[in-house]
Write a protein that binds this ligand. Sequence first.
Ligand SMILES: [Zn+2]
Ligand SMILES: [Zn+2]
Length: 187
Amino acid sequence: MDVNGYRSDGVGAAVALVNFWTVDNASPDAPPVTVEALRALLAPFSFLTRDLRAAEVAPLAAWSTELRGVFAADDLETAVGLANGLLEQVTMRPRLVDHGYGLHVHYAPSGVPFAERVRINTAIGMANLLADYGIERSGVCAADRCERVYADTSRNGRRRYCSEACANRANVAAHRARKRAASGTED
Ligand SMILES: [Zn+2]
Ligand SMILES: [Zn+2]
């Protein structure tokens, strides 16, 4: 992965957006999402979130639904097709910049709206993740009844769950299942 975190920021933002829109706020009964909530969600991923406008909230929800497909794809060909579909929707203009974090590449043309920067960064982040690792590093949480997605940009990358909580829950369930099998009882 790149040293300045550009790719991992894009991937991290993709995970956050997909979980935010397609899990946390997916219910029709969920209260409307505020600009502030979306700013707080994206702030950890190096976006200038003050540029986010209310009119961009709904387009980002739609984009997040499309992003989810890349995580949920069962095979690489499907994931690549969906990621290319995302890339086709954005216009990039890469250039080298240094604004305090060391030299790195910006892909968005300068001055484009916030939502477009998010689209570009998440699309290029997921594209690079697939190019580097195939679909081995991203997916939908393996725990029962959890629909959250994850991406693993760590060195060894063996993650299968969205969180420690889900990993622990799954381990406990597997342990119980083994004990039941060993004792020959069912419940
Ligand atoms: Zn930058
Ligand atoms: Zn989970």
